[in-house]
Write a protein that binds this ligand. Sequence first.
Ligand SMILES: Cc1cc2nc3c(=O)[nH]c(=O)nc-3n(C[C@H](O)[C@H](O)[C@H](O)COP(=O)(O)O)c2cc1C
Length: 178
Amino acid sequence: MKLLILYGTTEGQTRKIAHFVEDVAQERKCIVTLCDSADEFLNPDGFDAVMIASSIHMGKYHAAVAEYAKKYAAQLNKMPSAFLSVSLTAASDDKESWEELYEITDHFLKHCDWKPTQTLQVAGALKYMEYDFLKKMIMRLIAKKSGASADTKHDHEYTQWDEIQTFVKDFTNLKATA
Ligand SMILES: Cc1cc2nc3c(=O)[nH]c(=O)nc-3n(C[C@H](O)[C@H](O)[C@H](O)COP(=O)(O)O)c2cc1C
């Protein structure tokens, strides 16, 4: 299977996730092309399946990822495609926060007219050590709301790698049996 993985990241956690997806897919004998939406837009033609990952910042996915999904929605809707949504909310147990997260995802997919075969909500990371003062304060507030750590002296990773591994295995199986 020729698999395209396209991602949008700000602090690098989604890049790390995309590389992990690449590793799992390669173990499954996929031929993988990985691309950062900030650098290039590869046409899905010529690939058997596409996985797109984007983090959320201030309630929004990356503009370049939205542009890509919108531009190629017609092609994506005719092939197996998956969306990995990366956020801090996905680390939360709060029902209201999850409802907001589902709304953000639904709104994004409707806006792009993209109907992925599978979607996964992925918990991201808090990279306090990399944030400037303002970002640190914003993230402390978001973290408190999500039940994540407000300890700004350390970074905190919430990503459940096993969950992603299972998702990628299911997705690549789906194509193999399609
Ligand atoms: C300035 C800023 C705003 C954020 N806004 C949100 C948000 O609105 N909702 C949310 O669930 N997570 C939010 N996050 C958490 C990120 O989605 C999380 O840190 C993720 O791991 C970032 O991935 P990236 O490093 O690939 O950009 C925000 C993070 C930052 C730094």
